[in-house]
Design a protein around this ligand. Structure first.
Ligand code: IPD
Ligand code: CA
Ligand code: CA
Length: 263
Protein backbone atom coordinates (compact mmCIF):
# COMPACT_ATOMS: atom_id res chain seq x y z
CA UNK A 1 0.00 0.00 0.00
CA UNK A 2 1.40 3.37 -1.07
CA UNK A 3 1.51 5.55 2.07
CA UNK A 4 1.36 8.79 0.09
CA UNK A 5 -1.78 7.64 -1.75
CA UNK A 6 -3.43 6.55 1.49
CA UNK A 7 -2.54 9.90 3.05
CA UNK A 8 -4.05 11.86 0.15
CA UNK A 9 -7.16 9.69 0.30
CA UNK A 10 -7.58 10.10 4.09
CA UNK A 11 -7.13 13.87 3.87
CA UNK A 12 -9.76 14.20 1.16
CA UNK A 13 -12.24 12.15 3.22
CA UNK A 14 -11.56 14.33 6.27
CA UNK A 15 -12.09 17.54 4.29
CA UNK A 16 -15.35 16.28 2.81
CA UNK A 17 -16.60 15.07 6.19
CA UNK A 18 -15.74 18.44 7.72
CA UNK A 19 -17.61 20.26 4.94
CA UNK A 20 -20.67 18.13 5.68
CA UNK A 21 -20.39 18.86 9.42
CA UNK A 22 -20.18 22.61 8.78
CA UNK A 23 -23.18 22.48 6.47
CA UNK A 24 -25.16 20.66 9.15
CA UNK A 25 -24.68 23.50 11.63
CA UNK A 26 -27.63 25.40 10.19
CA UNK A 27 -30.08 22.55 10.86
CA UNK A 28 -31.37 21.36 14.21
CA UNK A 29 -29.32 18.64 15.91
CA UNK A 30 -30.77 15.42 17.26
CA UNK A 31 -29.03 15.01 20.62
CA UNK A 32 -29.00 11.79 22.68
CA UNK A 33 -27.20 10.57 25.80
CA UNK A 34 -25.10 7.40 25.78
CA UNK A 35 -23.48 5.92 28.92
CA UNK A 36 -24.71 8.78 31.15
CA UNK A 37 -26.64 12.06 30.87
CA UNK A 38 -23.60 14.14 29.89
CA UNK A 39 -22.10 11.63 27.45
CA UNK A 40 -23.68 13.10 24.33
CA UNK A 41 -23.97 12.05 20.73
CA UNK A 42 -25.73 13.75 17.82
CA UNK A 43 -27.03 12.62 14.46
CA UNK A 44 -23.99 14.36 12.93
CA UNK A 45 -21.49 12.26 14.95
CA UNK A 46 -23.26 9.16 13.63
CA UNK A 47 -23.61 10.37 10.04
CA UNK A 48 -19.94 11.40 9.94
CA UNK A 49 -18.75 7.99 11.12
CA UNK A 50 -21.05 6.30 8.59
CA UNK A 51 -19.69 8.57 5.84
CA UNK A 52 -16.11 7.39 6.56
CA UNK A 53 -17.11 3.74 6.79
CA UNK A 54 -19.06 3.83 3.53
CA UNK A 55 -16.06 5.20 1.65
CA UNK A 56 -13.34 3.13 3.34
CA UNK A 57 -15.24 -0.13 2.87
CA UNK A 58 -15.87 0.68 -0.80
CA UNK A 59 -12.27 1.67 -1.54
CA UNK A 60 -10.25 -0.52 0.85
CA UNK A 61 -12.40 -3.59 1.46
CA UNK A 62 -9.82 -5.33 3.67
CA UNK A 63 -9.33 -2.33 6.02
CA UNK A 64 -11.19 -2.35 9.33
CA UNK A 65 -12.64 0.60 11.24
CA UNK A 66 -12.69 1.14 15.00
CA UNK A 67 -15.11 4.04 15.41
CA UNK A 68 -16.57 5.59 18.53
CA UNK A 69 -20.19 5.32 17.45
CA UNK A 70 -19.95 1.59 16.77
CA UNK A 71 -20.83 1.47 13.06
CA UNK A 72 -17.46 -0.03 12.20
CA UNK A 73 -15.95 -3.41 12.96
CA UNK A 74 -15.79 -5.34 16.20
CA UNK A 75 -12.09 -4.77 16.85
CA UNK A 76 -10.28 -7.22 19.14
CA UNK A 77 -6.78 -6.88 17.64
CA UNK A 78 -4.87 -4.46 15.44
CA UNK A 79 -3.85 -6.89 12.71
CA UNK A 80 -3.75 -5.50 9.18
CA UNK A 81 -4.99 -1.97 8.48
CA UNK A 82 -7.20 -0.46 11.16
CA UNK A 83 -8.66 3.06 11.04
CA UNK A 84 -9.31 4.42 14.55
CA UNK A 85 -11.86 7.18 14.16
CA UNK A 86 -13.56 9.71 16.37
CA UNK A 87 -15.94 11.45 13.94
CA UNK A 88 -16.43 14.40 16.30
CA UNK A 89 -14.12 14.74 19.28
CA UNK A 90 -15.56 17.41 21.56
CA UNK A 91 -19.26 16.72 21.00
CA UNK A 92 -20.22 18.89 23.99
CA UNK A 93 -18.35 21.79 22.36
CA UNK A 94 -19.99 20.96 19.03
CA UNK A 95 -23.43 21.22 20.63
CA UNK A 96 -22.85 24.14 23.00
CA UNK A 97 -20.24 26.24 21.20
CA UNK A 98 -20.38 25.16 17.56
CA UNK A 99 -16.58 25.30 17.63
CA UNK A 100 -13.56 23.65 19.28
CA UNK A 101 -14.27 20.14 17.99
CA UNK A 102 -12.20 17.91 15.74
CA UNK A 103 -12.18 14.86 13.52
CA UNK A 104 -9.57 12.52 14.99
CA UNK A 105 -8.19 9.69 12.88
CA UNK A 106 -5.28 7.29 13.18
CA UNK A 107 -4.42 4.61 10.63
CA UNK A 108 -2.51 1.66 12.05
CA UNK A 109 -0.88 -1.24 10.25
CA UNK A 110 -0.28 -4.35 12.34
CA UNK A 111 -0.41 -2.25 15.50
CA UNK A 112 1.96 0.47 14.29
CA UNK A 113 0.62 3.99 13.73
CA UNK A 114 1.41 4.99 10.16
CA UNK A 115 -0.82 8.04 9.60
CA UNK A 116 -2.47 10.43 12.04
CA UNK A 117 -4.82 13.39 11.68
CA UNK A 118 -6.52 15.94 13.89
CA UNK A 119 -8.72 18.30 11.94
CA UNK A 120 -10.03 21.30 13.85
CA UNK A 121 -13.19 21.72 11.83
CA UNK A 122 -14.16 25.35 12.49
CA UNK A 123 -10.56 26.56 12.47
CA UNK A 124 -10.03 24.70 9.20
CA UNK A 125 -6.61 23.51 10.32
CA UNK A 126 -5.28 20.03 9.69
CA UNK A 127 -2.58 18.55 11.85
CA UNK A 128 -1.10 15.44 10.28
CA UNK A 129 1.78 13.08 10.74
CA UNK A 130 3.19 9.96 9.17
CA UNK A 131 5.55 7.36 10.57
CA UNK A 132 9.10 8.75 10.25
CA UNK A 133 7.74 11.41 7.87
CA UNK A 134 7.35 14.27 10.34
CA UNK A 135 4.34 16.25 11.51
CA UNK A 136 2.63 19.10 9.71
CA UNK A 137 0.17 21.83 10.55
CA UNK A 138 -1.42 22.24 7.13
CA UNK A 139 1.71 22.64 4.95
CA UNK A 140 4.04 23.76 7.71
CA UNK A 141 6.46 21.18 9.06
CA UNK A 142 6.52 21.21 12.86
CA UNK A 143 9.80 21.35 14.77
CA UNK A 144 10.81 18.82 17.42
CA UNK A 145 9.70 19.79 20.90
CA UNK A 146 12.28 20.79 23.48
CA UNK A 147 11.91 20.12 27.19
CA UNK A 148 10.13 22.45 29.62
CA UNK A 149 10.28 22.86 33.37
CA UNK A 150 7.18 22.39 35.50
CA UNK A 151 7.46 26.00 36.68
CA UNK A 152 7.24 27.31 33.11
CA UNK A 153 4.65 24.83 31.87
CA UNK A 154 1.09 25.50 30.73
CA UNK A 155 -0.75 22.24 31.32
CA UNK A 156 -4.04 20.94 29.94
CA UNK A 157 -6.06 19.66 32.91
CA UNK A 158 -9.65 20.11 33.95
CA UNK A 159 -11.16 20.87 37.35
CA UNK A 160 -11.93 17.20 38.05
CA UNK A 161 -8.28 16.64 38.93
CA UNK A 162 -8.36 18.88 41.99
CA UNK A 163 -11.40 17.37 43.70
CA UNK A 164 -11.58 13.86 45.21
CA UNK A 165 -11.81 11.32 42.38
CA UNK A 166 -11.32 7.59 41.83
CA UNK A 167 -8.16 7.80 39.76
CA UNK A 168 -5.51 10.00 41.43
CA UNK A 169 -4.73 11.57 44.80
CA UNK A 170 -5.90 15.11 44.18
CA UNK A 171 -3.46 16.64 46.69
CA UNK A 172 -0.58 16.05 44.27
CA UNK A 173 -2.53 17.86 41.58
CA UNK A 174 -3.19 20.82 43.87
CA UNK A 175 0.59 21.01 44.33
CA UNK A 176 1.01 20.85 40.54
CA UNK A 177 -1.49 23.66 39.98
CA UNK A 178 0.34 25.76 42.56
CA UNK A 179 3.63 25.19 40.71
CA UNK A 180 2.84 25.48 36.99
CA UNK A 181 2.61 28.73 35.04
CA UNK A 182 -0.97 28.06 33.99
CA UNK A 183 -3.65 25.53 33.13
CA UNK A 184 -6.14 25.27 30.28
CA UNK A 185 -9.09 23.02 29.55
CA UNK A 186 -10.39 22.91 25.98
CA UNK A 187 -12.98 20.11 26.01
CA UNK A 188 -11.59 18.06 23.14
CA UNK A 189 -8.84 15.55 23.84
CA UNK A 190 -7.75 15.59 20.20
CA UNK A 191 -7.43 19.38 20.14
CA UNK A 192 -5.58 19.31 23.44
CA UNK A 193 -3.13 16.76 22.05
CA UNK A 194 -2.75 18.96 18.96
CA UNK A 195 -1.90 21.88 21.27
CA UNK A 196 0.92 19.87 22.85
CA UNK A 197 2.25 18.81 19.45
CA UNK A 198 2.31 22.43 18.24
CA UNK A 199 3.82 23.73 21.50
CA UNK A 200 0.75 25.72 22.63
CA UNK A 201 0.49 23.49 25.69
CA UNK A 202 3.39 21.74 27.41
CA UNK A 203 1.36 18.75 28.58
CA UNK A 204 -2.17 17.39 28.52
CA UNK A 205 -3.60 14.66 30.72
CA UNK A 206 -6.84 12.78 31.06
CA UNK A 207 -8.06 10.20 33.57
CA UNK A 208 -9.79 8.16 30.89
CA UNK A 209 -9.72 8.25 27.11
CA UNK A 210 -10.66 5.80 24.39
CA UNK A 211 -8.46 4.56 21.53
CA UNK A 212 -10.21 6.81 18.95
CA UNK A 213 -9.55 9.92 21.09
CA UNK A 214 -5.79 9.43 20.93
CA UNK A 215 -4.87 7.26 17.92
CA UNK A 216 -4.35 10.09 15.43
CA UNK A 217 -2.60 12.21 18.04
CA UNK A 218 -0.18 9.43 18.96
CA UNK A 219 1.18 9.15 15.43
CA UNK A 220 1.67 12.92 15.22
CA UNK A 221 3.06 13.30 18.75
CA UNK A 222 5.78 10.75 18.09
CA UNK A 223 7.01 12.74 15.11
CA UNK A 224 7.72 15.85 17.20
CA UNK A 225 9.25 13.93 20.10
CA UNK A 226 6.32 14.31 22.51
CA UNK A 227 6.01 11.47 25.02
CA UNK A 228 2.62 9.75 25.39
CA UNK A 229 1.87 7.06 27.99
CA UNK A 230 -0.82 6.19 30.47
CA UNK A 231 -0.57 7.66 33.97
CA UNK A 232 1.31 4.57 35.19
CA UNK A 233 4.04 5.47 32.65
CA UNK A 234 3.14 2.42 30.56
CA UNK A 235 2.64 1.89 26.86
CA UNK A 236 -0.90 2.81 25.72
CA UNK A 237 -3.21 -0.01 24.80
CA UNK A 238 -5.25 0.90 21.72
CA UNK A 239 -7.95 -1.70 22.24
CA UNK A 240 -9.34 -0.30 25.49
CA UNK A 241 -9.91 2.90 27.45
CA UNK A 242 -6.95 4.03 29.55
CA UNK A 243 -5.58 7.04 31.38
CA UNK A 244 -3.45 9.35 29.25
CA UNK A 245 -0.71 11.93 29.38
CA UNK A 246 1.22 13.55 26.56
CA UNK A 247 3.99 16.03 27.23
CA UNK A 248 7.28 17.51 26.27
CA UNK A 249 10.23 15.24 27.01
CA UNK A 250 11.62 15.67 30.52
CA UNK A 251 8.44 17.30 31.76
CA UNK A 252 6.64 13.99 31.26
CA UNK A 253 8.87 12.14 33.72
CA UNK A 254 8.73 14.99 36.25
CA UNK A 255 4.92 15.20 36.19
CA UNK A 256 4.52 11.45 36.66
CA UNK A 257 7.20 11.15 39.32
CA UNK A 258 6.52 14.21 41.48
CA UNK A 259 2.85 15.14 41.06
CA UNK A 260 0.59 12.40 39.73
CA UNK A 261 -0.03 9.69 42.31
CA UNK A 262 -2.34 6.97 41.10
CA UNK A 263 -4.82 5.35 43.50
C1 IPD B 1 -14.51 13.51 24.79
C2 IPD B 1 -13.62 14.73 24.70
C3 IPD B 1 -13.33 15.27 26.08
C4 IPD B 1 -12.70 14.22 26.97
C5 IPD B 1 -13.62 13.01 27.05
C6 IPD B 1 -13.88 12.46 25.65
P1 IPD B 1 -16.21 13.07 22.73
O1 IPD B 1 -14.77 12.96 23.51
O2 IPD B 1 -12.41 14.43 24.07
O3 IPD B 1 -12.44 16.37 26.01
O4 IPD B 1 -12.50 14.74 28.26
O5 IPD B 1 -13.05 12.02 27.85
O6 IPD B 1 -14.72 11.34 25.73
O7 IPD B 1 -17.20 12.30 23.53
O8 IPD B 1 -16.55 14.50 22.64
O9 IPD B 1 -15.89 12.43 21.45
CA1 CA C 1 -13.71 11.63 21.78
CA1 CA D 1 -16.73 11.59 19.62
Amino acid sequence: MDLHKLDTYAKSLIKEAAYNIKTSLSSELIIESKSEANDLVTNIDKETEQFFIRHIKADFAEHRIFGEEGFGDDIKDLNGYVWLLDPIDGTTNFIHQKQNFAISLGIFKDGVGILGYIYNVMEDSLLSGSLNGGAYLDDLRLPKLSSASVEEAVVGVNARWVVPNRYVHYEGMVKLLQTVRGTRSLGSAAIEISYVVTGRLDAYMSMRLSPWDIAGGLVIAKEVGAIATNLAFEHLDLLDADSFIVSKPGLHEELLKDYIQLK
